[in-house]
Design a protein around this ligand. Structure first.
Ligand SMILES: Nc1nc2c(ncn2[C@@H]2O[C@H](COP(=O)(O)OP(=O)(O)OP(=O)(O)O)[C@@H](O)[C@H]2O)c(=O)[nH]1
Ligand SMILES: [Mg+2]
Length: 442
């Protein structure tokens, strides 16, 4: 996401930082570039105008010009202002503290409501809450089935009624939830192709019948300014409590994400970054600004890792590393943990500087799968003790995993180098990566 914009900022900042001394003219020229980059990313023009005005006021002063690193100062000002535009502080979802708390989702067709409903249900379950998914879309024949399949996959009950109107269904669901100690009711409403009066009236009615704690507009970030207009109209009519931006993993240029808050005043609360049920992040203006400006997002990365990593396993691994007993088995487990964090590309993009460096490079997830297959074809003893793998076993392992013997040799060589590196690290002798130890390229 934001690929193009990240590149542009990278170029602009490089020029600014490299300039040493800056003149007012340098700064104004750079801001012109920033302005153009934002407009090309489809950011609302009024938002861009205000943004540039504020950055300019802050930048073109004695304080910046006379500072030791004026370029760096300006980067900081742009970052600060971007955080402001994105909403300054993260606004969390209403806490799940009633029986039931109600989240109502609305939005156009295909924006990702049902998917988000599933993600929220999964999140609630992980917090040991009891969720209930409510099928309030009676117009699309397959809608109820879709929600049922989703509910099954996360082990969450789905409430549905034949021959009833959505406001009644939602009201009944609320009553049902009260009786059955449900913590979180998630209303998955129907989408339309466009905003129409009928839809708005229906949503208003649902809202007044169930009084949701959270009324979220689900907006597709790929639709750019349309998403902004949509949010404006929904907010005027329904007084939303927040926006969930979806498909931020796609090649959305960023316009919607950057403009929605400033145009509508309604906070973005969630960022949906993929089709998998775990691909949901709380929206943090400061972290998002850092990502857009190519500074990475270490905090989100660490959070993702914490969610994916089994703490007990991590402690065990640490122990093994200390004892130099890191085996191919452990390596395989580590690969599984990393895979749980999501697609490698999105993980790498969060590391400062790496997003840009990786541009155009296809991360070969297939390479990882190949390595996995090779390790799986070994016996447990071989995984613990790869030295015992002889020529004939190599041929077998290669056959079993659909690889060549050369690849098996390469893996074993790289793994040996990695073991050596770990050994050196544990003796505090670590001075850098030995050649070829990473990243298991084949
Ligand atoms: N890449 C990507 N795809 C998404 C995301 N969220 C949803 N989708 C996909 O978008 C499509 C539509 O998602 P749904 O959740 O069915 O959308 P909806 O709003 O419920 O659609 P209607 O019920 O028809 O109004 C599906 O193929 C989802 O897998 C996301 O964050 N990223
Ligand atoms: Mg749906």
């Amino acid at each position: 996401m934001f690929g193009e914009l990240i590149d542009r900022f990278d170029d602009i900042f490089k020029t600014l930082r490299g300039a040493g001394k800056l003149s007012e003219k340098n700064i104004r020229d750079s801001l012109k570039e920033v302005r153009r980059a934002l407009l090309e990313a489809d950011v609302n023009y009024k938002v861009v105008k205000e943004f540039i005005k504020r950055v300019e006021e802050e930048s073109v002063g004695e304080k910046v010009l006379k500072s030791i690193e004026p370029g760096q100062q300006i980067v900081k000002i742009v970052h600060n202002e971007l955080v402001q535009v994105l909403g300054e502080k993260a606004v969390p979802l209403a806490p799940i503290d009633k029986t039931p708390t109600i989240y109502m989702l609305c939005g156009l067709q295909g924006s990702g409501k049902t998917t988000l409903a599933g993600k929220l249900a999964l999140q609630a379950k992980r917090k040991n809450k009891k969720p209930l998914l409510v099928a309030a879309d009676i117009y699309r024949p397959a809608a109820i089935t879709q929600l049922k399949i989703l509910g099954d996959s996360v082990g969450v009950e789905v409430f549905h009624r034949e021959n009833a109107q959505p406001p009644d269904i939602c009201y009944e669901a609320k009553k049902y939830a009260e009786k059955n100690f449900v913590d979180l009711v998630i209303l998955d409403t129907a989408g339309r192709l466009h905003i129409d009066e009928e839809l708005m009236v229906e949503l208003e009615e649902i809202k007044s019948r169930v009084v949701p704690d959270e009324l979220l507009l689900v907006a597709d970030a790929m639709t750019g300014q349309d998403a902004v207009n949509l949010a404006e109209q929904f907010h005027k009519r329904l007084a939303l409590t927040g926006v969930a931006l979806t498909k931020l993993d796609g090649d959305a240029r960023g316009g919607a994400a950057i403009s929605i808050r400033a145009v509508t005043g309604c906070p973005i609360k969630l960022a949906s970054v993929g089709e998998k049920l775990s691909d949901l992040e709380p929206f943090h203006p400061d972290r998002m600004a850092s990502r857009i400006l190519g500074m990475g997002d270490i905090v989100s990365l660490v959070e993702k890792a914490q969610q994916a990593v089994d703490m007990q396993a991590a402690a065990k691994l640490e122990e093994k590393l200390k004892k130099n007993a890191f085996t191919l088995e452990d390596f395989y487990d580590q690969m599984q943990q990393i895979k749980k964090m999501g697609p490698l590309e999105s993980i790498m993009g969060m590391i400062p500087g790496v997003g840009k460096a990786l541009k155009g490079i296809q991360i070969d997830e297939k390479g990882l799968t190949r390595v996995e297959a090779m390790i799986q074809s070994m016996t447990p003893e071989e995984r613990r003790n790869p030295q015992i793998i002889d020529g004939s076993r190599k041929v077998r392992i290669a056959k079993g995993s659909g690889n060549s013997v050369q690849n098996i040799n390469l893996l074993l060589k790289q793994f040996a180098a990695m073991q050596k590196m770990i050994k050196d690290m544990s003796k505090f002798k670590f001075k850098g990566l030995p050649k070829g130890a990473f990243p298991f390229q084949m």
